[in-house]
Design a protein around this ligand. Structure first.
Ligand code: SF4
Length: 369
């Protein structure tokens, strides 16, 4: 792939202006977030991405699979704190690579992580009011079909469609679940099977501007076929001392602003554009680039992917959002336009939970599209 573009190729002011106008036309002056708890169901993973600190080798003392009681403890904490989403995040298929993962799953009564994940989602729906959103990485059609009745929405960061990033010395080398064709297949299958879907791009892992744009186009192509993508996360790489990419530069504010604006202009207008507010001190400036959502924010649990980066307090976020002329509004993990029962995006059980949560005050009900 030729690196034809760099950030100087873009007229930043023009780009930000057009992106903000497009956001205002579709989403108005409302910026949303989902109040959630984060459950790291397992931190073991068969992949070894060079930027990941979430993953723990099975020989590590901190490698684990959370048992049902530990999950419910977090869920109940979330309920008491007014949360409505449980984000279940997990490494990809550790049982295919590690005996320890197989052993732990066997003790819990399961042979696969996805089977255990389904059981956990059923338990959450049975014993709480919270809606499960799962980030389980690449999934087969059968796995998606199994999880759909017990989840309100699912997610998988596409990250980047570049095969170059899977070569030796690159961040996705020897990561079978990061081969672009596998992730694109999962993204498309989510659409075919009508799952409200969250995806995203990871910025600053060695990709070129062309590859970033190609990735945004791939997401939009899938959405145009299946109309299933509810939000796209623009996430910046964060260097840390204990990763192989410790000396990689963090993308600067300018790069993030241009990328958010490109996402807003390339993606269909009904797709929400989101960036995690805990990963940049000056996140409020993203509102100048067409962003309309802050994603999941927890008042009680860490961001286990970036535990050193605390989420802002919701009241502080409300104030900073207001300082830019926007109103912060809570939403559910599944966006309003997927809540219509006739469209088959929600199973009957999930639709019942959604209806009951919607009776609570203060939630975004407006059908923006
Ligand atoms: S697939 Fe996800 S959990 Fe696994 S190493 Fe890569 S980033 Fe970490």
């Amino acid at each position: 792939m030729l690196k034809v573009l760099n950030h100087k190729s873009f007229d930043k002011n023009q780009l930000l202006l057009r992106a903000s106008e497009r956001r205002d036309a579709g989403w108005g002056k409302t910026v949303t977030y989902s109040r959630k708890v984060f459950v790291p169901l397992t931190n073991m993973c068969r992949d070894t991405c060079s930027y990941c600190t979430f993953v723990k080798h099975p020989n590590s003392k901190s490698a684990r699979i959370l048992d049902p009681d530990s999950v419910m403890e977090i869920v109940r904490l979330g309920e008491r704190s007014g949360c409505k989403e449980v984000l279940l995040s997990l490494g990809e298929k550790p049982e295919l690579r590690y005996e320890r993962a197989r052993d732990e799953l066997r003790k819990l009564g399961f042979s696969t992580m996805v089977g255990y994940l389904k059981f956990i989602c059923e338990m959450i729906l049975r014993e709480s009011t919270l809606l499960p959103h799962v980030n389980a990485g690449t999934l087969s059609e059968d796995e998606i079909l199994g999880l759909k009745p017990v989840t309100a929405s699912m997610g998988m960061m596409l990250e980047n469609v570049s095969r170059r990033l899977t070569k030796k010395g690159m961040p996705h080398f020897a990561c079978p679940d990061k081969v672009p064709v596998q992730r694109i297949r999962t993204m498309n299958n989510m659409g075919i099977l009508k799952v409200p879907f969250t995806t995203g791009i990871l910025i600053g892992i060695g990709e070129s501007w062309d590859e970033r744009i190609e990735t945004l186009n791939a997401i939009d192509d899938s959405h145009k076929k299946y109309n299933h993508i509810q939000e796209v996360i623009v996430q910046n790489f964060v260097p840390k001392p204990d990763i192989r990419m410790w000396d990689f530069p963090e993308p600067d504010q300018e790069e993030m602003l241009i990328t958010i604006a490109l996402a807003r202009l390339i993606l269909s207008p009904e797709i929400s554009i989101q960036s995690p507010p805990n990963l940049s001190q000056s996140h409020v400036n993203y509102l100048d680039a067409g962003l309309n959502d802050w994603g999941g924010i927890s008042p009680v649990t860490d961001d286990h992917i970036n535990p050193e980066k605390a989420w802002p307090k919701i009241e502080e976020l409300r104030k900073s959002t207001k300082s830019k002329g926007f109103r912060l509004q809570e939403r559910l993990t599944v966006y309003p336009r997927f809540q219509n029962k006739k469209d088959d995006f929600l199973s009957p059980n999930i639709a019942k939970h959604v209806a009951s949560l919607k009776r609570q005050d203060g939630l975004a009900r407006k059908q923006f599209f």
